[in-house]
Design a protein around this ligand. Structure first.
Ligand code: FES
Length: 218
């Protein structure tokens, strides 16, 4: 799968309709593509380009700027293990090696069953809780090798489905806007700028007071 499904096309059009300019929906649509397939496929980028009226290269340029958009298939669960300084000092590298052994793949790879991808990452901003990891961007703090194995077992058994949805899922409750709350008041292709993007009008300067001696001066 890669281009949007009919349901997702409908949703994509609704998302586009929230913005005064079509291409403002580019990043939300990249999230939608990643939610659909677990990553942003090339055909999905071409489809997004058609929908928002830019080139596929522009879509790629945006998607490739953000590390959280994956441009190749990844596992259902992406596990980021931090090996930056605080985590390294408290066993982050050992944890990474343990994860590689437990899952039988090297960092940067996905298990053959498509369930797990391991990534060796830089600081994920939880240094006081080192060593730490994220699974689909949900944190696990001060994690031991035993806790890692338990995490994998729980994920495999589907015991954490509620807490950790598949990679790419940002929200389980879809935002729905009523038509009157949508921005689509300006047709994206008619060349007009939305009112709030128009340059501010600069007030005329007040005329200067005439110089010279004032009345009553000597
Ligand atoms: S060094 Fe690991 S979270 Fe900052």
């Amino acid at each position: 799968m890669a281009r949007f499904t009919p349901d997702n096309v409908e949703l994509a059009l609704e998302i586009i309709d929230r913005y005064p300019v079509r291409k403002s929906a580019l990043i939300p649509l990249l999230h939608l593509a990643q939610e659909q397939d677990g990553y942003v496929a090339e055909d999905a980028m071409a489809h997004i380009a058609e929908l928002v009226g830019v080139t596929p290269a522009e879509v790629l340029g945006t998607a490739s700027f953000y590390e959280m958009f994956k441009l190749h298939p990844v596992g259902r669960y992406v596990i980021n293990i931090c090996t930056n300084i605080s985590c390294q000092l408290l066993g982050g590298e050992d944890l990474l090696h343990h994860a590689e052994q437990t899952l039988g793949v090297k960092a940067g790879s996905t298990t053959p069953d498509g369930l797990f991808t391991i990534e060796d990452v830089e600081c994920i901003a939880a240094c006081t809780e080192a060593p730490c990891l994220q699974v689909n961007y949900r944190y696990r703090h001060r994690i031991t090798a035993e806790e890692f194995d338990q995490l994998i077992e729980d994920l495999r058994a589907g015991r954490l489905t509620d807490e950790v949805p598949a990679h790419g899922v940002l929200a389980r409750v879809r935002q729905r806007l009523v038509p009157t709350s949508r921005a689509g008041a300006v047709a994206p292709d008619d060349g007009r700028e939305p009112v709030w993007m128009a340059p501010p009008t600069v007030p005329e300067p007040a005329p200067e007071a005439p110089s010279g001696p004032s009345a009553g001066s000597v």
